[in-house]
Design a protein around this ligand. Structure first.
Ligand code: T4K
Length: 365
């Protein structure tokens, strides 16, 4: 049993799409299903513009490029490495900011002290789909003239006070990797409400072509193909069902684990429609009598593969650990949580009897 298992669309329906692709011989380059999926996604997510990508990492790289972000960018060390790698690929210096104990997102109260004359943007992450303090981040960005790009790789379908979370900042980036709640095998997207920016992003992801003979920028190839797009169209039909199934499993987990000494569960937040992308728990070794790694190893002995998302911190990776902002003393909360975090298996098809087995192992003294 793994930390996640991809949801797959009905094979017969996918085959119908494949037959059509075979017939048309249009495989990629903004073809029929790409256009259809882009529109369907925008409608479902409640966003103005959406640009599809081959994966979330390329979406991040291109998004930063489209906004001409340079110099230093304030970001979180508590994420998947791709968040900071995208800065590196743009020759931008990451400046790590500590996170909040309650929800693992960037601590806006610590952002201002990190701003220098070279700071051009903030790159926060809605980690596990938990919304960042979008209003406070917007205030800081407005005051200092900074751009905000949200890594929303985990935040597909999340709503805040009834509105999509994806409309904050200049743009939000999604990932549709196989391990995500919503997947197109590999895939990603940039969401924005700025028409000019959408146009520029679309040029950049297609070598910079504005038309057959006009290359407006040194772009890259980051396009999504027709197979991914029609797979995504089918996934969209079942997404609400997938979220509901995960919600039921999370509630069952919470009931079973509630009151376990040393174990912290993260409750749903009022005013948020969660997507239940992950099920993170915190293990305090002093109170539990065993460490996070003990629990991880014990589960593994039973062929249950949980994951330590996000350990090690990005600031501990050799490429970044020399940076002044990467020093552990500067990131006490992120350092502590990355030692205690464990993501337990969560996916729509997970059986409640398997959840029982997992909880039994976690609680065992
Ligand atoms: N920003 C954030 C905040 C992200 O979390 C990510 C990606 C990105 C940006 C970049 O987006 P992409 O460029 O990936 O679109 C996985 C994913 O590869 C990665 O997409 C994801 N975040 C990250 C959090 O998790 P790994 O190294 O944990 O994947 P892996 O292969 O170990 O898979 C985890 C488990 O899932 C496996 O133990 C078994 C199961 N699995 C996996 C695959 C690939 C399946 O059952 N079927 C599969 O096809 O990184």
């Amino acid at each position: 049993m793994y930390v996640t298992q991809p949801s797959m669309p009905p094979l017969d329906k996918f085959v119908k799409y494949l037959e059509d692709i075979w017939e048309s011989k249009w495989l990629t380059n903004n073809a029929k299903y790409h256009q259809e999926f882009e529109q369907a996604l925008s409608d479902y997510l409640g966003v103005k513009y959406c640009s599809l990508f081959a994966n979330g990492t390329l979406a991040l790289v291109v998004g930063l490029r489209a906004l001409r972000i340079t110099g230093e960018v304030i970001t979180t060390p508590y994420s998947f490495v791709a968040t900071t790698h995208a800065l590196y690929w743009n020759r931008i210096i990451p400046v790590f900011c500590d996170i909040k104990e309650q929800d693992f997102t960037i601590n806006p109260e610590k952002i201002e002290s990190l701003i220098t004359p070279d700071t051009t943007a903030i790159l926060p992450v809605h980690v596990y789909g938990y919304p960042c303090d979008v209003e406070m981040i917007a205030d800081i960005a407005d005051t200092y003239g900074l751009k905000v790009i949200y890594d929303a790789a985990h935040a597909f379908g999340v709503k805040l006070q009834g509105e999509t979370l994806l409309n904050h900042g200049e743009m939000s980036i999604l990932s549709f990797h196989a391990t995500k709640l919503f997947n197109t095998l590999e895939g990603g997207a940039i969401v924005t409400d700025n028409e000019t920016l959408k146009k520029r992003v679309d040029f950049l992801k297609n070598f910079g072509f504005a038309d057959e003979v006009t290359v407006v920028a040194p772009g890259i190839n980051a396009k999504m193909n027709e197979f991914q797009a029609c797979y995504g169209l089918l996934q969209l039909e079942d997404i609400e069902n997938q979220i509901q199934k995960r919600k039921t499993i999370v509630e069952y987990y919470r009931e079973s684990l509630d009151g376990t000494p040393g174990l912290t569960l993260i409750p749903d937040r009022e005013g948020v429609k969660h997507n239940y992308q992950y099920f993170p728990v915190l293990i305090d070794p002093k109170e539990m009598g065993k460490s996070r790694d003990d629990v991880y190893d014990e589960l593994k002995k039973h062929d249950i593969y949980s994951r330590r998302y996000f350990y090690p911190l990005i600031s501990r990776v050799p490429a970044y650990r020399h940076l002044p902002s990467a020093s552990p003393g500067h990131l006490p909360v992120a350092e502590k949580l990355s030692q205690q975090i464990l993501c337990l298996p969560l996916y729509g098809e997970l059986e409640l009897t398997d959840v029982d087995r997992i909880c039994e192992i976690v609680k065992k003294q």
